[in-house]
Structure formats: C-alpha cells, structure tokens
Design a protein around this ligand. Structure first.
Ligand SMILES: Cc1cc2nc3c(=O)[nH]c(=O)nc-3n(C[C@H](O)[C@H](O)[C@H](O)COP(=O)(O)O)c2cc1C
Length: 189
C-alpha cells in the first residue's frame, strides 16, 4: 500500500514549517551593505586568484574569497564576481577558469590582484597555461581548473559555477582572510 505522503507533491521551501518567507526575512532587520559586509567578514575564508583569458587571449584575473565547494559528484565549485568588475566581460566570454588557492607566502599576489589600478597583474608569479589557456599559478596550496557550466546574475554579482576538470593539491599552509584582514592558520583544536 502506498503511504499517504508518498504521492504528495513536494512542498516549496518557502512553505515548509518554520521557514520564514523571503519578504519576512527582508523586513526583519535593516540590512545595510556596511552591516552585511561586516557580518560576512566574520566568516573566515581562504583567498584565491581566479583567472581566465579574454576574447583576445589576454590573461585576466582577480582576488576572490567567494569561492566555495558546491558538489562532489559531479565535481562543481562556485564563486561570484561583482557586475561592475572590469573583468566581467572576460569571465563571461571564457569557457574555462582556474581557481588558484593561495598559500601563506602569496599575500603580495593577493594584494596585486585586488587592485583595479595594477596595469600588469601577471607581472609577478610563475604562471603557465592550463586547460582552455587559463593562467595557472605555481606555489599555490591547491588549483582547480574548471569548465564554466553556468553564469547567472544574482543581485549586484554574477554567480559562476564550474565543473572541475583538473586539480592540484599541494597541501601547503593557506593564506586566510577574516574581518577584512589577512591571517595565517592558527592552532589545530
Ligand atoms: C580578500 C579579497 C576577496 C575578494 N573577493 C572578491 C570576490 O569574491 N568577488 C569580487 O568580485 N571581488 C572580490 N574582491 C575584490 C576584487 O579583487 C577587486 O575588486 C579587483 O580589483 C577586481 O578586479 P577588476 O579590477 O578587474 O574588476 C576581493 C578582494 C579581496 C582583497
């Protein structure tokens, strides 16, 4: 016999018991960009340089900590790029991108790639061409070479999802970012 719930249609997430509707969530607190940035900064992250090639084959990249794991099978990762970024057109064009996860000694590269005024971001570091020609950095703690599977506008950012085609795992101590500052890894608990 079929149980009463087996054929019931899936309940939309917003209607699940105890799940506030989007409108209620938005009205709950006055969420200014400053407050949001501060609270998000409590979430410690690693630091990555995400790279691609533009329509002319020129190398493009930026410092990003929005990188996150998404799926193991299939192997998917995500990150987001400000829509106002000078790098947006290149990432929308490029079929591939690389996530270069910085090691603790690579803070200079992080600062360099976070500067919109740096005329030659790739003038420092040992770079090689990975899948799809994307720049891959030597000395990282990990590298994920990805094929872009989607790019969708989400607020003032574009959310990129990539399928990992190749990875490198050097297991070096990572560079960390927390509260708007760089950190080294602390004690293991
Ligand atoms: C630690 C750190 C993390 C960052 N993460 C992101 C990010 O995830 N997405 C983003 O669009 N910008 C991020 N930025 C800012 C960009 O690195 C910066 O705006 C850069 O200049 C963008 O490149 P562009 O000049 O080509 O637009 C981050 C900066 C720092 C220092």
């Amino acid at each position: 016999m079929t149980s009463p719930t087996a054929s019931a249609p899936a309940t939309p997430a917003a209607e699940l018991p105890g799940t506030p509707l989007q409108a209620e969530l938005q009205g709950a607190v006055d969420i200014t960009p400053q407050a949001l940035r501060g609270a998000l900064g409590r979430f410690a992250t690693g630091v990555t340089l995400i790279t691609c090639v533009d329509a002319d084959g020129a190398r493009v990249g930026l410092t990003a900590n929005s990188f996150s794991a998404l799926s193991l099978e299939p192997p998917l990762v995500l990150w987001s790029l400000r829509r106002a970024s000078a790098s947006l057109a290149a990432f929308e064009h490029s079929s591939h991108f690389a996530i270069n996860v910085l090691a603790e000694g690579q803070i200079g590269l992080s600062r360099r790639f976070a500067s919109g005024k740096e005329p030659d971001k790739f003038g420092e570091g040992l770079w090689s061409a990975g899948l799809g020609g994307v720049p891959v950095l030597a000395g990282c703690t990990a590298v994920f070479e990805c094929e872009r599977v989607s790019a969708q506008v989400a607020g003032d950012h574009v959310l990129f999802i990539g399928r990992v085609l190749r990875l490198a795992d050097a297991a070096l101590p990572p560079l960390l970012f927390h509260g708007g500052r760089y950190h080294l890894l602390g004690e293991i608990l």
